[in-house]
Design a protein around this ligand. Structure first.
Ligand code: HEM
Length: 180
């Protein structure tokens, strides 16, 4: 019997199950906090918001790196098939849930604390919409690679990798400095 490989379906299912369990615990904890309404609720929600944002950013920064090396891998090769599994799991198990939790908790904070008022908050949300478009662009590329569809160049993905980085810097400055 050939030894099990990480790209095989079984380890993939195990990873997805573990991630689902973690997500249920994470969302369950937030629901419990909102139910219990501790005085420090705002700080707990902000902490979970930043945790989700860090996971989302990790995915947005790493995915274009996979694309850069995937462009060199011959369609149908073992390497290309391995990249497909890595890209799909990064998107489905980490990036999508992290993006949804970042949005849900961010909008909760914006509504509960600021009543959606503040120039910095409006500018921040506009930049997060741009970040979400970058996420959707990467998600579409995962699907393109998965069907061995037309590919962008490695240079294209190196440039694309800069967009989430610049957006992240501007977003963090806006929310911490609140310049306007
Ligand atoms: C998805 C839409 C988002 C909304 C509506 C949103 C909204 C907010 C709000 C209202 C706060 C509380 C600010 C305070 O009390 O000082 C906050 C905190 C924070 N947000 Fe977001 N956010 C979103 C996404 C993001 C993203 C994508 C990032 C990073 C790239 C980010 C980084 C942060 C940080 C670092 C804090 C903590 C700031 C502090 O403690 O001073 N947020 N967010």
């Amino acid at each position: 019997m050939a030894p099990e490989k990480q790209v095989d379906a079984k380890p993939g299912r195990r990873a997805a199950l573990r991630a689902t369990m973690a997500l249920i615990v994470f969302v369950g904890l937030i629901a419990l906090l909102v139910f219990l309404q501790p005085e420090s609720l705002y700080l707990w929600v902000k902490a979970f918001h930043v945790i989700a944002v860090i996971a989302w950013m990790a995915g947005l920064f790493y995915m274009p790196r996979l694309f850069i090396y995937h462009t060199d891998a011959e369609p149908g090769s073992v390497q290309s098939e391995t990249f497909k599994v890595m890209e799909k799991r990064l998107l489905k198990v980490i990036m999508n849930p992290a993006m949804m939790i970042s949005w849900a908790l961010g909008l909760y904070l914006a509504w509960d604390i600021y009543g959606f008022q503040g120039g910095w908050l409006h500018a921040k949300i506009a930049l997060v919409v741009a970040l979400t478009l970058a996420h959707m662009h990467q998600s579409r590329a995962v699907r393109q690679f998965a069907v061995d569809g037309p590919r962008k160049t490695a240079r294209y993905w190196r440039l694309m990798n800069e967009i989430p980085t610049v957006l992240m810097m501007l977003i963090v400055i806006l929310v911490i400095v609140k310049p306007f």
